[in-house]
Design a protein around this ligand. Structure first.
Ligand code: NAP
Length: 279
């Protein structure tokens, strides 16, 4: 058996074309040009690259972007001020605060200062709560992108046992809530989980969101599982070891070209939705 490749790059590209048409339609109807504001604090090169990719994607679909770059020494109060200004800027439809921020900043306070209607990256506590309750809210972009990818490839979730490895507020927890809302039976694993291999061996769907190269071993994963790898490390390595998986699992996301492009696509798509609601 050869695994179905869940090609996030190709799907994101085709969705970009649809998004461009939707932006054109919004503008033709007299709506405002959707603008995503990005805030980057500090000089982390990977974060700077991610922000630039998001800005580029806005341009490709005809949306605007407003880039705010702040120094490494930024305080919580200074960042809150910037967020407050963007909340009150009628041109801005969505706000992305690039994670992680320097450690002197209270990241949770800053995420929660983002106005709910502009929380297109799904990072606020309120947005998370609404999403978890199945109410209308923008989901956290990476798990939202993963759900779009799984849906596109008709991956059955209802009644399946999903094991999410990682419980961060931006990825593991919202991922688990979204899978639960799609009627999967969900196990969340983390750094204190005893016998991770045993948990994963029972999974129909494995989501790797740990941030450590190939921490999840290929031989822990059962045949016919669906494998989603959110990790990206230099050299095109994910959080999941892939050796031999392509010949025996049902489906898997490539690294790169799987989850990454879908994350940005979810963010852009949710920014457009925010603009449409405003219009
Ligand atoms: P994070 O905040 O560092 O969280 C990592 C999680 O992994 C934590 O919950 C941690 O458990 C858990 N963990 C660490 N070591 C473990 C172990 N030995 N066994 C089991 N669990 C363990 O990371 P994140 O922001 O969620 O990101 C996770 C991964 O996704 C990273 O590779 C990141 O680069 C990637 N990512 C990709 C995208 C994308 O667009 N493709 C977006 C965001 C993140 P504790 O809670 O117990 O510490």
């Amino acid at each position: 058996m050869s695994a179905l490749i869940l090609d996030g790059k190709a799907l994101a590209l085709s969705r970009e074309r649809q998004l461009h048409m939707a932006v054109d339609k919004l503008l033709a109807g007299g709506g405002i040009k959707p603008v995503l504001a990005t805030i980057l604090v500090g000089t982390d090169p990977a974060s700077a690259t991610y922000v630039q990719m998001k800005v580029n994607d806005c341009g490709r679909v005809g949306m605007g972007s407003l880039r705010v770059d702040m120094p490494q020494s930024t305080t919580t109060a200074e960042l809150l001020d910037v967020i407050d200004n963007l909340n009150n800027d009628p041109q801005v439809c969505g706000i992305l605060l690039q994670h992680p921020v320097p450690e002197q900043i209270n990241e949770r306070a800053c995420f929660d200062a983002i106005a709910i209607k502009k929380d297109v990256d799904g990072v606020t506590t309120q947005g998370f709560g609404l999403m978890a309750m199945g109410e209308q809210a923008f989901g956290s972009a990476t798990p939202a992108g993963i759900m779009t990818l799984l849906k596109h490839y008709d991956i059955e979730l209802s009644g399946k046992h999903a094991v999410v490895v990682g419980r961060s507020p931006i990825l593991g927890k919202p991922m688990a809530a979204m899978l639960l809302n799609a009627n999967a039976t969900v196990t969340i694993c983390h750094s204190r989980t005893v016998d991770l291999a045993e948990q994963i061996s029972r999974a129909d769907i494995v989501v790797g969101a740990v941030g450590q190269p190939e921490l999840i071993k290929a031989d822990w994963i059962k045949d016919d599982a669906v494998v989603v790898d959110a990790g990206y490390h230099p050299g095109g390595i994910g959080d999941i070891e892939k050796t031999g998986l392509e010949d025996r699992v049902a489906a898997l996301t490539p690294v790169p070209g799987g989850v990454g492009p879908m994350t940005i696509n979810a963010l852009i798509s949710q920014t457009l939705e925010a603009a449409e609601r405003e219009a």
